[in-house]
Design a protein around this ligand. Structure first.
Ligand code: GDP
Length: 335
C-alpha cells in the first residue's frame, strides 16, 4: 500500500479531494449538500453507478489509482426496510460486502488517509440493553429480519479497525439510527417506515379512505434522525483531529452511534405522520407483518462528548419531508 496521505482539512494549503460514494442516495446526497454549503469550493469527486460500479473490484481499483482521493465518505449501500431485508437477504449481504471491501481495499492501497464508513444501528444485538452503547457490538444474537445486512455492516467496521491497526490509516465508522428525509425511497413495500407511512396516509387522504393499515403491532419503539442531521454529524466526525477521535472512541472500538437518543412507539409515530399529512381517519395495525426488534434507541453520549448534537425535531423533520414528497412525488424513488 502507499503511505496514507495526511488529512488536509480546512486551513491546510490545499483542500482535500473528497469522494462521496453513493452521492445519489438519501445519505450521500445529504453529505454532498452539507459539505457544499460549509465549503462551497470543496473538491468533491462524485460518480454515478453507471460511471463507477462499486461492486466491480477492477473498476474501483482503477478509480482510486487515478483520482488521488484524500477522504472517502462511504455512503453507498444496498438499503431497505424490514420487508426488503427479510425477503431479499442475499442482495443485502452480497452487495454490501462487495461495495465496502472494494472501496476500503482500494482506499488503503492508494493512500487514502481518512475514510468514514456508514453503518447502521441494526449491528447491535436484538436484545441489547437500552439505550445501546457502542460496546454492545457482538455481545448477542442479531435481529433475524436484517441479520445479513447487519453482518455486512459489522464486517465494514472491522475492516476499518483492522486497517487502522495494521496500516496506520484513520478510518472511522458512524452507526446511525433509523433515518428519514428528502431523497428517501417511498416504495409501498420496500421502504422504511416513515416514507412508507407518509405515502400510505397521503394516498388514503387523497382517495378519501376511512382507515389506514400500519404494519406490525404498533408497540415496537424506534428512534429517528433526519438525514440532514446525520450529514452534519458525518462531516463533524470526519473533521475531528485524530487524537480527539481516538480518545473518545477507545476502548469502545472505533465506531460512534449517531442519533437523538429519544424514541417513540410505531403507534405514536403513525399518529404523528397522520397529523402531518392531514389524515383524520382510523389507524389499524396488521399484526401478521413483522415487528422486528422490540426497541432500538442509541446511547449518544460518545457523540455528544465529541461536540455534536442533533437539531431537527421529529415534528419539523416530518413536515419538511412531507413537503419534499409533495414537491418531488413523481420523481421520488419507489414510484
Ligand atoms: P427496522 O428498524 O429495520 O425495523 O426498520 P423499518 O423502518 O422497516 O420498520 C420499523 C418498524 O415500523 C417495524 O416495527 C415495522 O413493522 C413498522 N412499520 C409499520 N408500518 C410500516 C411500513 O409501512 N413500512 C415499514 N418498513 N415498516 C413499517
Amino acid at each position: 500500500m502507499n503511505k496514507p496521505r495526511p488529512n488536509t482539512t480546512s486551513g491546510a494549503a490545499s483542500s482535500p479531494r473528497i469522494f462521496v460514494a453513493g452521492h445519489r442516495g438519501m445519505v450521500g446526497s445529504a453529505i454532498v449538500r452539507q459539505i457544499s454549503s460549509a465549503a462551497p469550493g470543496a473538491d468533491l469527486v462524485l460518480r454515478t453507478r453507471e460511471e463507477l460500479d462499486l461492486t466491480n473490484q477492477d473498476a474501483v481499483e482503477r478509480f482510486f489509482a487515478t483520482e488521488e482521493i484524500d477522504q472517502v465518505y462511504l455512503a453507498a449501500a444496498k438499503v431497505g426496510g424490514i420487508l426488503a431485508n427479510d425477503t431479499r437477504p442475499a442482495e443485502f449481504i452480497l452487495q454490501n460486502l462487495a461495495i465496502q471491501t472494494n472501496v476500503i481495499q482500494a482506499a488503503v492501497k492508494h493512500g487514502v488517509g481518512r475514510l468514514l464508513f456508514l453503518g447502521s444501528s441494526c449491528i447491535y444485538p436484538k436484545l441489547a440493553d437500552q439505550p445501546i452503547r457502542e460496546d454492545a457490538l457482538l455481545t448477542g444474537p442479531l435481529e433475524p429480519t436484517n441479520e445479513p445486512y447487519a453482518v455486512a455492516k459489522i464486517a465494514g467496521i472491522k475492516m476499518c479497525e483492522s486497517c487502522n491497526r495494521q496500516y496506520g490509516t484513520d478510518y472511522r465508522s458512524v452507526m446511525p439510527t433509523n433515518l428519514y428525509g428528502e431523497n428517501d425511497n417511498f416504495h409501498p413495500q420496500h421502504s422504511h417506515v416513515i416514507p412508507g407511512l407518509i405515502r400510505r396516509f397521503h394516498e388514503a387522504r387523497e382517495a378519501g379512505d376511512h382507515s389506514v393499515t400500519v404494519w406490525g403491532t404498533g408497540t415496537p419503539r424506534r428512534e429517528f434522525l433526519h438525514v440532514d442531521d446525520l450529514a452534519s454529524a458525518c462531516v463533524h466526525v470526519m473533521e475531528l483531529p485524530a487524537e480527539t477521535y481516538r480518545q473518545h472512541t477507545q476502548p469502545m472500538l472505533s465506531h460512534v452511534n449517531v442519533g437523538t437518543g429519544e424514541d417513540l412507539s410505531i403507534r405514536s409515530l403513525a399518529a404523528m405522520v397522520a397529523e402531518t399529512v392531514g389524515f383524520d381517519g382510523a389507524i389499524e395495525f396488521d399484526a401478521s407483518k413483522p415487528d422486528g426488534t422490540p426497541r432500538k434507541v442509541l446511547d449518544v453520549s460518545c457523540l455528544h462528548s465529541l461536540g455534536w448534537k442533533h437539531r431537527i425535531s421529529l415534528q419539523d423533520g416530518l413536515r419538511s419531508t412531507y413537503r419534499w414528497f409533495l414537491d418531488n412525488q413523481s420523481g421520488a424513488r419507489g414510484y
